[in-house]
Write a protein that binds this ligand. Structure first.
Ligand code: NAI
Ligand SMILES: NCC(=O)COP(=O)(O)O
Length: 338
């Protein structure tokens, strides 16, 4: 039975041709055994119903307001209806659905900032599909910060964190080509990213004194400047500034030796210089239960660590565990922040 003093989580549909609708249905279906916090699905109920039929799941889908979702969650899957072009099939994305996909994210932010829902949980979007539909952001992370900035009038700096039971990682640069990473790195970017990470590890994750380990950019963290100068000229001075402020930060460390079990035991989060340096270890150690969390926003946002998985979207085999973990972490973090 849901605690009716709480609010539901806002769960966006993601790309309707991906596995988002399927994992939402499966997560609701096993809500009792997994102890799932209540959510309201923001998306097109016709897409959800068609996917339930494909999966052979008899799931009562109910269009409802967020205020009624908690009460109804035990009995029905609550949906806040957002019209989406019905031009896709599972595994066959179409930019025409982009408008509905984006509207679901915008609605989630509005509902959460207005106190109707407790946090935003996003199903995966395919960046390339949305770019064809005119989307101008690298991903949810930057889009959510822009939406929240628009609503609050504040300039927000979002930080991506991925977490699984064995590891938390933060990429300093996110969705940019590898060749552009060195030029994108500067002392201020590294300092800001680490400050926001440390702050939220305290306020949202309850770590009184977070220990951070920072990867170097180059092999062997530059080997004293002989394999690239960035680690000595950019990363090290940034870490010295943070240490002067009393932060527990080590590095720059050689990235190849900072993710084995004994090394991981020495820190609470690893700060990495680029996307794959951060995401390869976390997805290798905990793909099934990994969660993506956006720090630096005025609300909690999580998502599964995986993407749209178009290759399996018509097969019925998608695993909902990562989404379930994202929903549970969102509920926990928003409770910590309350
Ligand atoms: N938060 C988000 O919106 C994210 C979106 N993406 C987007 O997803 C699209 C596809 O990306 P990929 O690199 O192919 O990664 P992906 O995570 O969609 O798929 C990688 C492999 O893992 C499998 N897989 C993923 N989730 C699974 C699940 N829940 N159960 C069973 N198998 C699963 C897929 O079938 C595929 O073989 C891209 O357009 C990317 O932009 C990727 C990551 C996160
Ligand atoms: N590789 C992580 C990813 O693509 C998620 O990005 P975002 O949509 O959460 O910004």
């Amino acid at each position: 039975m849901a605690d009716l003093t709480r609010k539901p989580l806002a769960l966006t549909q993601g790309d309707p041709a991906g596995i988002g609708p399927e994992i939402a249905l499966k997560a609701w279906h096993r809500r009792g055994e997994s102890g799932l916090p209540p959510f309201i699905f923001l998306g097109d109920p016709r897409i959800l119903a068609a996917r339930a039929e494909m999966l052979g799941l008899d799931i009562p889908i109910e269009i409802t307001a967020p205020e009624a979702a908690l009460e109804r969650f035990d009995e029905t899957l609550p949906v806040f209806a957002i019209d989406t072009a019905l031009t896709t099939a599972p595994g066959k994305p179409d930019p025409a659905t982009g408008e509905g996909t984006i509207a679901a994210i915008e609605t989630a932010v509005k509902l959460t900032l207005r106190g109707k829902t407790s946090a935003v949980v996003t199903n995966p979007i395919a960046k390339s599909v949305l770019y064809s539909a005119g989307f101008k952001y690298p991903g949810h992370t930057e889009f959510l910060a822009a939406l929240a900035g628009r609503e609050t009038g504040k300039q927000l700096r979002p930080v991506m964190m991925l977490a699984c039971p064995a590891l938390r990682v933060v990429p300093v640069t996110i969705h940019i080509p590898l060749k552009d990473v060195p030029a994108a790195l500067d002392e201020a970017l590294i300092v800001d990213t680490i400050r926001i990470t440390a702050q939220e590890l305290k306020s949202r994750f309850g770590l009184a004194a977070p220990r951070l380990a920072v990867a170097g950019l180059n092999p062997h963290a530059g080997e004293q400047g002989t394999i690239g100068r960035e680690d000595e000229e950019i990363v090290r001075p940034a870490l010295e500034r943070l240490r002067a402020d009393g932060m527990d930060v080590v590095g720059p460390l050689p990235a190849d030796t900072m993710f084995h079990a004994a090394a991981r035991a020495r820190y609470d989060a690893a700060i990495c210089m680029y996307h794959d340096q951060a995401l390869i270890p976390v997805k290798t150690l905990g793909f099934e239960a990994g969660v993506n969390v956006t720090l630096g926003l005025p609300f909690v946002r999580t998502s599964p660590d995986h993407g749209t998985a178009f290759d399996i979207a018509d097969k019925g085999v998608a695993d909902p565990t990562s989404l379930e973990e994202a929903l549970k972490l969102a509920a926990q973090l928003s409770e910590n922040a309350a």
